[in-house]
Design a protein around this ligand. Sequence first.
Ligand code: TXA
Ligand code: MG
Length: 545
Amino acid sequence: MTTEILRDTPKDINRAGEILRSGGLVALPTETVYGLAANALDPRAVKSIYTAKGRPSDNPLIVHISNVDQWRPLVQDLPAQALALAEAFWPGPLTVILKKSDIIPLETSGGLNTIGVRCPANSMARAVIDAAGVPLAAPSANISGRPSPTGFTDTLSHLNGRVDAVLDGGDCAVGVESTVISLAGDAPRILRPGGVTAEDLRRVLGQVDIDPAVTAMLEPGAKPMSPGMKYKHYAPKAQVIMVDGSPEEFAERVNTWVEERPELAGQTAALCFDETAALLRAQAVTYGSRYNQEMQARQLFSALHRLDERGVSQVFAQRPSPRGVGLAVYNRLLRAAAFQVEYPDAPPIIGLSGPSGAGKSTAAALLQQRGFGLVDCDQLTRSPQVYDEACVEKLRQAFGDQVAPQGVLDRRALAAQAFSSPEGVALLESITFPPIEAAVRREVEALRDQGKPVLLDAPTLFEAGLDSLCRRLLVVTAPEPLRLARIIERDGLREEEAVRRFRAQKTGDFYESHGDWIIENAPGQDLESQVETISQEIFREWKGR
Ligand code: TXA
Ligand code: MG
């Protein structure tokens, strides 16, 4: 069949509606991924979706509507929780599962007595639903088992010749599929993580369970709540292995592999974060910053398609942090890797950071009691042994002889010179960071040799690039007024001085987006139990369970 290419014009949207009304198939953009749409109420049209995708017929489809009012006829009833979710997240990347009404054919629900419904945020998608005048069943527009397409060209590569039309709507804003939540069981349960996070849902519903199949492989023979969460999925043609570890550990794993097998270098690629690419001596496809889960979500599927184009047979994928939207990224990549994950044997290095006055030292002390070794960068910075002769000489040349009379560093004089301007600070750091980093690495390795996980306490962890050593990042925060009061008290500062120090630092938001775990050290928050939970998780993840 010839596939028509349609664009975002009233004429083409009407044409798409016409094709759908008469039982045809149209691939269209949504804010999550491209979907392959048919009239959800027409069993024959829906069957042809399964054929075009090569999809098993027991895998239920999601029904797309353009307006909440279209929901009622599709389900047996609409509980208050469902309406609250629609109010909070529609139009948007959330699918809500309820008991289906009789107008939904079993072909659409994959034989189940429930139906997932969502109202997409993409305006072209809603315009097509309106033009068709019927609700649209639309799975992701990929050939079954392969990565979902998030752009027009990738969609066409899957479906050209297999469907009546493909609509060009540019790139998808979210990049991973909608969150699927079931309200058909005892308690609300996330069956598939997506663009709306578990935290978002809990703010509306209170208790929300996460189905175990989201992050773990099911026992053999177990029946998944969501048939689509089966064993391998979203996979490029290459074998994918997810590799846990710091950026340096990840790079070490990949570099060693290709250096030991030079004949396979052309067939091997890393799928990694933007920051990690520079550490690799192998070809790499990046999928966003380590610290930007939204960007990772937007780029993941496109990155998997790019790996296919390179024709590689082995992919090492850097493990994403399963925080927020990252849980969806982690879930998809885990399936692309058919649950193959490697964990380094060496004890983890955990970066500890956060704004002044949040209580990093208190948290660090609690972790030391739990078997962590501590490397305190502030203390190292103040320790004269760190600055060797060559470094002291460079400081004299940069800031004048008075910073090191008789070759002995005078930290006060140095501070007076260096901290007077931003250029001074930059110059100081360019001279002192390398020896500090060398000292940090020595201390870290000494503790790991004793078999201890290491806590790397560095207020400027990110500025100094020490985060590339860290397998995980732990951020301690507290509300700003509280932190202000603490540092005024602790360091004997006047309020203006404390405020000035804060302005020179990264913001609380920066730190929060950079942590695998965030400890809230505020009154009413039990610090010790937060530390205990995180400590257990660190040990568990180190052992790869
Ligand atoms: O973002 C999305 O949801 C995209 C766009 C096109 O809207 N659609 C999508 O559909 O991802 P699909 O068919 O590729 O994935 C639907 C997932 C499957 O894992 C399926 O098993 C699950 O949702 N699902 C659908 N209806 C269900 C139901 N009644 N009970 C349990 N799981 C259901
Ligand atoms: Mg799919």
